[in-house]
Design a protein around this ligand. Structure first.
Ligand code: SF4
Length: 334
């Protein structure tokens, strides 16, 4: 059996502002196996980025981790001191952010920025050895002419190349867990494809576990082994990618899939969007958070939160339509 690298259990995170408490994450549970690529998919405000920032304890000051556990290789992260957390961040667990331009320092050369990440966690290495490692990394992530690029500044790189540098920084210390928060969203489709291929190759070569956060189910299909669908700060559905695509068991997942363009699709057919907007998390719904937008909602959906129902191998979904005794009329799952 594969080792669990990350275990998140009943995570609850809120933000406190002048409007009160924003319940961004309301009890999220999932795990990541060694060498696995887990996709976390959801719209803005679903809680996906807050969940990932919680793992690295990079939440804003206004945020509070209210409840739950986050374990990395069996070690509880939520109770570590700042110093202990710093020694894990960038070394054992690292992150690739969405916008490389705002993550890279425009005043320092690319080479120095990658070198700094290596030097901080490897104080025994000489300057020459650190530079050598940077150049090896550049080759690994397919940066052409590594020596020349070492002394260049971020503005001299294209968007795709900058994202490769962010990947180099994230991989600088061979982390066992890599969190990628929408790393391809700002890139055009061809470059996106190259970055996904690079991540897939890196994962295969080094057996790194990856948590890939995205709003795009197409990217999940291309890259991930397993997927967690988040909505309203809760896991709506979780399963192996093949199972979720072949046999989705949640109306929200069905909606996401209907809004995905297909190759060779007739251009005259309009893609379907999910009507309505995500719930107000200052006052989250009592029942199913998707109820106001769900085509199959019934009276009880808004009244009470549905339970998780196991619908297959490692496949679970939170929907009243899957429970015993649910009516079969107008039920896409019966
Ligand atoms: Fe729709 Fe009800 Fe299922 Fe929620 S519980 S997804 S509202 S059918």
């Amino acid at each position: 059996m594969k080792k669990m690298v990350l275990e998140i259990d009943n995570l609850k995170v809120s933000f406190f502002n002048s409007n009160g408490e924003v319940q961004a994450v309301r009890g999220v549970t999932f795990g990541v196996n060694e060498g696995e690529i887990l996709g976390i998919v959801g719209e803005s405000g679903s809680g996906k980025s807050v969940t990932s920032m919680s793992i690295l304890r990079l939440l804003a000051e206004s945020a509070k981790l209210k409840e739950g556990s986050i374990k990395f290789e069996g070690k509880e992260l939520t109770t570590l001191t700042k110093k202990e957390m710093q020694s894990i961040r960038g070394k054992d667990i690292s992150m690739i952010f969405q916008d490389p331009m705002s993550s890279l320092n425009p005043l320092h050369t690319i080479g120095n920025q990658v070198a700094e990440m290596i030097a901080v966690h490897n104080t025994n290495l000489s300057k020459k050895e650190v530079k050598q490692r940077v150049l090896q990394l550049f080759e690994k992530i397919r940066i052409p002419e590594p020596e020349k690029r070492y002394n260049m500044y971020p503005h001299q790189f294209s968007g795709g190349m900058r994202q490769r540098i962010m990947i180099a920084i994230a991989l600088a210390n061979a982390p066992r867990l890599l969190i990628a928060d929408e790393p391809t969203t700002a890139l055009d489709v061809t470059i996106q494809d190259q970055i996904l291929k690079l991540l897939r190759d890196l994962q295969k070569d080094s057996n790194t576990s990856i948590v890939f956060i995205t709003h795009d189910l197409g990217v999940v299909a291309e890259l991930c082994h397993r997927v967690v669908v988040l909505y309203g700060g809760l896991v709506m559905e979780e399963g192996l990618v093949d199972d979720i695509f072949e046999n989705p068991k949640h109306p929200y997942t069905l909606g996401l899939m209907a809004s995905m363009p297909e190759v060779n699709q007739d251009k005259s057919i309009r893609l379907q969007s999910i009507k309505g907007s995500p719930p107000d998390m200052t006052n989250p719904p009592l029942g199913c958070p998707f109820a106001p937008r769900c085509n199959y909602a019934r009276k009880m959906c808004a009244a009470e939160l549905p339970p998780y129902v196991e619908v297959g191998n490692k496949h679970r979904s939170m929907c009243w339509l899957l429970t015993q005794g649910a009516p079969s009329e107008h039920n896409p799952f019966k």
